[in-house]
Design a protein around this ligand. Structure first.
Ligand SMILES: Cc1ncc(COP(=O)(O)O)c(C=O)c1O
Length: 442
């Protein structure tokens, strides 16, 4: 036992890192050791401008005092309270605060610990909702190609990323997928929403006809697909999905894990597109990335359908040890206050044009085949190196880190989503440095 304490603290082998090329990383690690507002500090003492809000989550910038203090105070006052058949005030306060900023009609909240768990929770609510209403034959879940809904079994089943699915057996049964909305050759370098492609939503009608509406529980989509490279929906597409789902009694789930909390210039993407789902999945920005937490918001119609039977009976057999954890709830409350105090949930609308112009100034640089943007999200797609997909963008990522900017890559797409406190001067640095890097890529 005792010599376990002798393991060298900087031995990198024990931690099997997530979504990482472990062997490559451990040969040349990139370590972050501190953060403040828009900047990380690397282990070699450099300032690195955060162009990705961590992983799309640090929307208010790093180490914000109000959030830090709320976490410290709650940890000292009451670290944990049992989540089942017991409560503590802050979880209720946070649920109310969330409902207060959510699109009209999403009135009830289930807490989770991550985006992946929020997705599983949403899918389970959808299946159970139909069942408690006597429509248990609605067992099918419809996702979309190039959708990312986290890494748990439900999420990878409805998700549409082959590399995330192919290793893991049969996944959930009863799942089908709509085509993705990315139409290269038609829409390159579009600013904001794309004009063509909205009719792709009618593919859902084809799937409904194939399976019959009476077997379909829910459709899940990201309003803007983030992880597969910032795919902005064509104009009218989400409204069409809403119309079709409503017509057939199918629930519509928006996965707003990335798009929630101001990322597209409105509190949620549902607000931006003017389309309200039946269930909304959130995480990430809920606590500004500080303490793991997610939340699933549902309509009263869904919630109330469960509130039947004897009162002593548990209405929904689901929950996590840390659902509504006190420290996470305190972090969430302080985060929502910070967003409100600083107008961050709509700041993306104010800065969106500057961001868009800056991003599109990269058009014409070597290998750039598309640029996409919405709110404070942006993507620069590179032509892959023949026979070595992902290599060119990954090399941009490494060079960017060395040059003092943090970007993210997925395939050969560079995705950026700075904290919402970003200033124009930060955008100039980020895009300026990226331009220089793009000029040097093989
Ligand atoms: C749209 C979407 N859903 C779900 C998830 C999964 O969230 P987590 O990594 O917190 O499980 C992500 C993560 O990036 C996401 O982008």
């Amino acid at each position: 036992m005792s010599n376990r304490l002798n393991v060298a603290p900087n031995d990198l082998s024990a931690f099997w890192m997530p979504f990482t090329s472990n062997r490559q990383f451990k040969k040349a690690p990139r370590m972050l050791v501190a953060a403040k507002d828009m900047y990380y500090t690397s282990s070699d003492g450099r300032q690195v401008l955060d162009g990705t809000a961590g992983l799309w989550c640090v929307n208010a910038g790093h180490c914000r005092p109000k959030i830090v203090e709320a976490i410290a105070e709650q940890a000292a006052e009451m670290d944990y309270a049992p989540a089942f058949q017991m409560g503590h005030p802050k979880a209720f306060e946070l649920a109310n605060a969330l409902v207060g900023i959510a699109p009209e009609g999403l009135n009830h909240v289930l807490f989770t610990n991550s985006g992946s768990e929020s997705v599983e929770t949403a899918l389970k609510v959808a299946l159970a909702y139909h069942r408690v209403r006597g429509e248990g034959a609605r067992f099918r879940l419809i996702g979309r190609e190039r959708g990312y809904h986290g890494v748990n079994f439900g999420g990878i089943s409805v998700g549409g990323i082959v590399t995330n699915r192919k290793m893991f057996g049969t996944l959930l049964t009863g799942v089908d997928h709509m085509p993705h909305t990315h139409t290269p050759g038609q829409n390159q370098f579009t600013r904001g929403e794309r004009e063509t492609g909205g009719d792709l939503a009618t593919e859902l009608e084809r799937i409904v006809t194939l399976h019959d509406a009476s077997t379909i529980a829910a459709v899940i989509v990201e309003p803007v697909a983030g992880s597969t490279g910032v795919l902005i929906p064509p104009r009218g597409y989400l409204q069409k999905l809403r119309d079709i789902t409503k017509k057939h009694g199918i629930l519509l789930i928006f996965d707003e894990v990335i798009t929630g909390f101001g990322r597209v210039g409105t509190p949620f993407a549902a607000d931006y597109f003017g389309v309200v789902p039946d269930i909304m999945v959130t995480a990430k920005g809920l606590t500004n990335g500080t303490i793991p937490m997610g939340a699933v918001l549902v309509t009263s119609e869904i919630h109330d359908a469960f509130m039947q039977g004897p009162e002593h009976a548990i209405e929904f057999m689901h929950g996590y040890t840390y659902s509504g954890n006190p420290v996470a709830s305190a972090a969430g409350l302080a985060t929502l206050e910070t967003y409100k105090d600083e107008g961050l949930l709509t700041r993306g609308a104010e800065l969106g044009k500057y961001w868009e112009d800056a991003l599109h100034s990269l058009k014409g640089l070597p290998h750039v085949i598309d640029i996409r943007n919405l709110g404070l999200i942006g993507a620069v797609e590179l032509e892959p190196i023949a026979g070595s997909p992902t290599k060119r963008a990954f090399s941009a990522f490494i060079k960017a880190f060395e040059a003092g900017i943090l970007i993210r890559t997925t395939g050969d797409i560079i995705a950026m989503s700075p904290p919402l406190i970003v200033e124009k001067s930060h955008i100039d640095i980020l895009i300026g440095k990226l331009a220089e890097i793009l000029k040097t890529l093989e």
